[in-house]
Design a binder for this molecule. Structure first.
Ligand code: 4AD
Ligand code: MG
Length: 457
């Protein structure tokens, strides 16, 4: 295999012969020399290739042929760089144009749309097929990769088994009804439907994960989930990835500790392994980002009951929606709580049962459930979870109250009928995590192909 630019940049400039392949970022023409910066996405930095005008003259002298975006192979010697800011560069000997990227419209092809100037993220969102070649989106995707790898490492090191839960399902796991329906055209709602009943895209793998937690003790899912919420916000997608650990014999306190360890582990991993990309986000996107991540790693998360949180919020007058006990916390409340009151991550627990899902364990006060939401500055909710109702009678009567069909959830009630145990879990929205770690404002910029209301490129 030929080396990646990431590898080449860490080699000594010992005049070794090598080949580099990638895409032209910039080209600077001087009197006797031409400098071409090549990037291959393996790391933030590009490698500078210096051509004597005599070398590869034919190619270098055709204006446009080597413009931004063209793919090339360059061979030459790796030498200590005379220029500032880079240890090595390539004294180029040959250059092969692999694929041209026109600098001007012509022949039915538009000029390469990503020119050297800075493009807005909105502009880039319209071309997900090319935006991965920009500094910002490439850096996001490298950090996303680092985090995904970290998710598996964290759970594998703690005895959790990776579980693939279904994408097509008949269950509304959150009881919120925001599901996409899966159907064969024409057959939609008929008895002849493909599955013999209505089918949907999953909103969460939790219920199925519970079944396997009560078999394998510790499991986690990490897969795509779908929500048909028509919310055009900077933190909602119609298709997003979620990580859901589910642990047998875990109470809410254990669950909170796991969530805190998990977030700290992931932030530490990025601080240690993605320094170059982080430095870019620090400078261009969110000043103070690195310090925020360090703080998160070092400080204990504050715990606060929903009742106390509402008490604190009621003292504040400037909200659009007035907070009140029994109402869901609005995004403005969540942000105020974590940014102004706690000034860091906070875990809010024991929400009113009326605003939470049917499966949450009921507290003895008859009003609240053993729920936990982890809120962080800038984003608000990043994790939602709970201890689960493991008592068969309590779960069945809660389902009756909410009008859920016992027949349909009979398999889920089986988990309480046969060898039930206390158990808990949570869901981390993967894109919200990537937003938190990179400082990116819009969730559509942290997933390769965003799917959201009105957007399906
Ligand atoms: O709070 P939620 O709805 O919890 C569940 O789905 C539980 N079944 C999880 C569990 O206990 N196993 O969603 C969990 C997280 C949220 O905190 C948020 O980070 C993210 O998923 N999330 C979204 N991310 C992007 N776009 C959306 N539309 C999202 N909805 C939820
Ligand atoms: Mg939630």
């Amino acid at each position: 295999m030929f080396p990646l630019i990431k590898e080449i940049l860490s080699m000594p400039g010992d005049f070794r012969e090598l080949a580099v392949r990638g895409w032209v970022r910039t080209r600077r023409d001087m009197k006797n020399m031409v400098f071409v910066e090549i990037n291959d996405g393996s790391c933030f930095n590009s490698i500078q290739c210096a051509f004597d005008r005599q070398t590869g003259r034919e190619l270098l002298e055709q204006p446009g042929r080597l413009g931004t975006g063209a793919s090339v192979e360059i061979t030459g010697k790796l030498i200590p760089s005379p220029s500032q800011g880079q240890a090595v560069e390539i004294a180029a000997e040959t250059i092969t144009l692999i694929g041209e990227a026109p600098v001007e419209d012509g022949g039915g092809i538009r000029a390469y749309p990503l020119q050297k100037k800075r493009h807005s993220l909105e502009f880039l969102r319209e071309m997900p097929q090319l935006r991965g070649r920009t500094n910002s989106i490439a850096a996001v995707m490298r950090i996303r990769n680092q985090l995904a790898f970290g998710v598996h490492r964290f759970f594998q090191e703690r005895g959790y088994q990776y579980l693939h839960t279904p994408i097509i399902t008949g269950n509304d796991a959150e009881g919120a009804g925001a599901m996409f329906e899966v159907c064969v055209p024409q057959e939609a709602r008929e008895k002849t439907a493909f599955f013999g009943r209505r089918a949907f895209l999953t909103v969460s793998g939790q219920l199925e994960a519970e079944a396997y937690a009560l078999a394998l003790s510790r499991v986690y899912t990490f897969g795509p989930t779908f929500r048909a919420e028509n919310s055009n916000t900077a933190r909602h997608l119609a298709e997003f990835w979620m990580i859901e650990p589910e642990t047998a014999f875990f109470c809410l306190d254990d669950n909170m500790a796991l969530a805190e360890d998990f977030l700290k582990f992931l932030c530490r991993l990025v601080l240690e392994n993605s320094a170059e990309d982080l430095a870019f986000f620090e400078e261009r996107v969110e000043p103070g980002l690195t310090e925020t991540l360090r703080q998160l790693v070092q400080t204990d998360f504050v715990h606060m009951s929903y009742t106390d949180a509402v008490g604190e919020l009621e003292k504040v007058t400037r909200f659009e929606f007035k907070p009140c006990w029994g109402c869901d916390l609005q995004s403005e409340h969540e942000k105020f709580l974590t940014e102004e009151i706690v000034k860091g991550p906070v875990i809010v627990t024991d929400y009113p049962r009326e605003i939470k899902a049917f499966y949450m364990k009921q507290n003895s006060d008859g009003k609240t459930v053993r729920a936990m939401d982890v809120l962080v500055p800038r984003l608000g909710e990043i994790i939602g979870g709970s201890e689960r109702e493991e008592n068969p009678g309590a779960l069945a009567s809660r389902m009756d109250e909410l009008g859920l069909d016992r027949e349909q959830y009979s398999w889920y009630l089986d988990l309480r009928r046969y060898g039930t145990v206390p158990h808990s879990g949570f869901g981390l929205g993967f894109e919200r995590l990537v937003q938190y770690v990179t400082g990116m404002v819009n969730i559509r910029d942290v997933i390769p192909y965003p799917r959201a209301a009105g957007q399906l490129y």
